[in-house]
Design a binder for this molecule. Structure first.
Ligand code: FES
Length: 305
């Protein structure tokens, strides 16, 4: 009886892992940029993963593939029968094969346990509608026409005062039979400092409605940033200083006679004033990022909000 030779399966050099890694990178970049790129990355990764696994398992399949001898089908069938009679469970699953498969499997399980939660925490927030809750900031009657009102509210009452946000709200009168508002964010478009109205507030007219505080302004000449001197006009257009675009705005809706703030969006500039203004809207960008023109190509594409 011949001692059984144990030939550990060692796959040859291959480019499939490189293709797989490229596919994974494209997939992850696509998750940030666009679903089409993510889909293409996933297809590339799966295709190369298939080829890689096929290469890894090719040795095993060959070892058990009966060779068709030149003598014809009968001789091959005889060899098959003999092989089946001689084959024991130890031949089919040799110790080296078992160790190889169990080591790879264990590594995959440990790798998954370590990386999946981390990836989830990194990627999932991009797809959660964070900060897009609707906020009721009081009845329309609290917004006099043509005057900015400083509205502060808690974006998440469960987090308390730390979630307090500020918007500058002006009622522009009716437009096509509907009330028209200008709702400007107080985040400076330079580095995000809170901009202030350039004018006095009517503190005596301050109103508190639940977590919402409303203070009308008397008359303002735009907005100013105390950090680096950025200045904006009354429509939020940058007039001087380091900001690279106009102030962000909020969408709004009116329900049951109350004004509701929606999602924030960025604005490159505004033409005109009040209800007839033409707002050049963009997906909300981080402070300091231009949203239009060649310069905007130098900054990362914003994930879906
Ligand atoms: S943060 Fe406003 S000017 Fe710099």
């Amino acid at each position: 009886m011949q001692p059984q030779e144990d030939h550990p399966h060692v796959p040859g050099p291959s480019l499939w892992p490189v293709g797989f890694a490229v596919g994974v990178v494209v997939f992850m970049v696509g998750l940030i940029i666009s679903w089409a790129i993510a889909g293409a990355g996933a297809i590339v990764a799966l295709a190369f993963a298939f080829l890689w696994v096929r290469d890894l398992t090719a040795g095993t399949e060959l070892a058990h593939t009966p060779e068709v001898a030149a003598e014809g089908p009968t001789a091959a069938a005889d060899e098959d029968d003999a092989a089946l009679e001689d084959e024991s469970p130890d031949d089919a699953y040799s110790r080296s094969k078992f160790l190889e498969v169990s080591t790879l499997g264990l590594g995959a399980v440990i790798g998954g346990i370590v990386t999946v939660p981390a990836l989830g925490f990194m990627i999932a927030p991009s797809f959660l509608k964070q900060g897009t809750k609707d906020h009721d900031i009081g009845p329309l009657s609290d917004y006099p026409e043509g005057k900015y009102v400083v509205a502060t509210y808690m974006s998440d009452v469960t987090q308390g005062e730390v979630s307090r946000r500020t918007a500058y709200v002006r009622y522009n009168g009716p437009l096509d039979g509907q009330p028209s508002f200008t709702v400007i964010s107080n985040h400076c478009a330079h580095l995000g400092c809170p901009v202030q109205p350039n004018g006095p507030l009517e503190e005596s007219q301050k109103k508190q409605i639940g977590d919402v505080t409303l203070i009308p302004t008397i008359s303002i000449a735009g907005f100013g940033c105390p950090c680096h001197g950025g200045q904006y006009d009354t429509e939020g257009n940058r007039t001087s200083g380091p900001p690279v675009r106009a102030l962000d705005r909020y969408s709004f809706s009116i329900r049951n006679g109350h004004l509701h703030l929606g999602h924030a969006f960025s604005v490159s500039h505004v033409d005109g004033v009040g209800s007839s203004a033409k707002i050049h809207k963009w997906t909300q960008a981080f402070p300091g990022e231009p949203v239009s023109g060649l310069e905007s190509w130098l900054y990362p594409i914003q994930p879906p909000h």
